[in-house]
Structure formats: C-alpha cells, structure tokens
Design a protein around this ligand. Structure first.
Ligand code: GTB
Length: 214
C-alpha cells in the first residue's frame, strides 16, 4: 500500500531538516519503506483539504490506504509497529521505547519549543535576555538529566529504536544554541544518529526539495 506524507512546500529552515516531516521520513527510511510526498503550500494549511488530514492544519500527516494519521510521534510509532526494525519484540523493551518517545515529546521538547517562542515573542524587549536565560537553565537541567541516563550508551535503551528518532530530532532543534555542545555525550549521540544511512537519505530528500523550491 502506497504511503504518502505531507510536508512544507517551502520550509523556512534553510534545508536543515527541522520540520517534523524529517522524523517521519527518517523512520520510513529506517524500515525501508518508499513513500510519496504531498507538498502543502502555506496558504493551504488551514483549508478544508488539509484540515481533513489534520484538524490542526499542520504537517506532517501520513496516509496509507484508508488510514490517515497526524502527529509526528503517533506516525513514527505507527511505522515502528507496522514494519520491522524500530521496536523490539520484547514487550518490556517496547514499553520503554514508547516511554522514551513520550519523554522526548512531553518532557524534553516542551522547554525547547518554549525557547523558540520566547526568542521570537520577546524580541526587542528589555527582559528578553533574562527570560531566555531562565528557559536555557531549564533546558540545561533536562539535558543534564538525559545525559546522565544515557551515560556512555549508544542509544536510549539497548538497540536503536523509534525513540531515538524522536529524541534526536527533538534535540536537533537546539542546533546553533550552543547548549548541545555543553553536553558531549548528547552531542555524540546526535552525531551517531545522524551518521546512520537512513538519516542521511531522509535528510538528503528534504534538502533536495528545499533546494528545488527555495
Ligand atoms: N505536535 C505536532 C507534531 O508533532 O506533528 C506539531 C506539528 C507542527 O508543529 N507542524 C509544523 C506546522 O505544520 C511544522 S514542524 N506548522 C504550520 C502551522 O502550524 O500552521 C515545526 C516547524 C515549523 C517550521 C520550521 N522551519 O521552517 O524552520 C521548522 C519546524
């Protein structure tokens, strides 16, 4: 059954792979599933056709036969359950992988998104520096806790899994902030994940699209 995902027709991230379709592309590459891409123009996000795929009018979405999904975490989890390679067969290991996916999306991503919002919303305000410093302190706390748990391990919980895709892509949003460089084992974890051939293929695909439409 053909798989179609939606992505930005024109992403604003200079081809850095920051939009959340990158997670889905990466998961599909890891499990060796081809996919088609439906481009969504900015002005079409909140129109009926796209709202039918995602009531919040966002990308990415995933269509496979009569199944339509939104939310990148749910899509990556579905891919991991549907195709072999991203979730252990062991019930406890699967449960822990799901736990890490939720941790990435709820516990780690939340302050990272707050940083991004504060950066734009407080631009030019006298208190921006103080506000950003407070958010950065929260992020440093989270990164420190994550780094302590990861230690010298290669991946979050044994073998590479869907959880590593989500966690690495969440952390990638901090690129350029200087915060990741403060935590060497997390920086190495991200570099290790990004060296995977599946990541490279997914990254190249979104970059080629960005180059073609910039
Ligand atoms: N929780 C949802 C999920 O995980 O799928 C969040 C989806 C989401 O935020 N999608 C964004 C979107 O569709 C794109 S990824 N935004 C349009 C809208 O809300 O109207 C976030 C994103 C946006 C832009 C860039 N960029 O250009 O650099 C990077 C990442």
């Amino acid at each position: 059954m053909a798989i179609t995902i939606t992505v930005f027709e024109r992403a604003l991230d200079d081809g850095r792979g920051l939009a959340r379709d990158m997670r889905v592309r990466w998961a599909l590459e890891e499990v060796g599933q081809p996919y088609e891409v439906r481009l969504v123009a900015w002005e079409k996000f909140k129109q009926e056709a796209h709202l039918a795929r995602n009531p919040f009018g966002q990308i990415p979405t995933y269509e496979e036969g009569d199944l339509t999904l939104f939310e990148s975490g749910a899509i990556v989890l579905h891919i991991a359950e549907r195709f072999a390679g991203l979730l252990s067969k062991d019930a406890h290991a699967r449960a822990r992988a799901m736990m890490w996916m939720f941790a990435a999306l709820n516990t780690v991503e939340a302050p990272i998104l707050e940083r991004q919002s504060a950066f734009f919303a407080a631009r030019g305000k006298s208190w921006q520096g103080e506000h950003m410093a407070m958010i950065d302190a929260r992020i440093r706390g989270r990164l420190g806790q994550l780094a302590a748990r990861l230690g010298g391990d290669e991946w979050l919980d044994g073998a590479f899994s869907a959880a590593d895709i989500i966690m690495v892509h969440v952390l990638k949003r901090l690129e350029g902030s200087g915060l990741l460089e403060e935590v060497p084992n997390l920086a190495a974890y991200i570099a290790r994940a990004q060296a995977r051939p599946a990541y490279q293929r997914a990254f190249a695909a979104q970059l080629a699209l960005w180059e073609a439409n910039k």
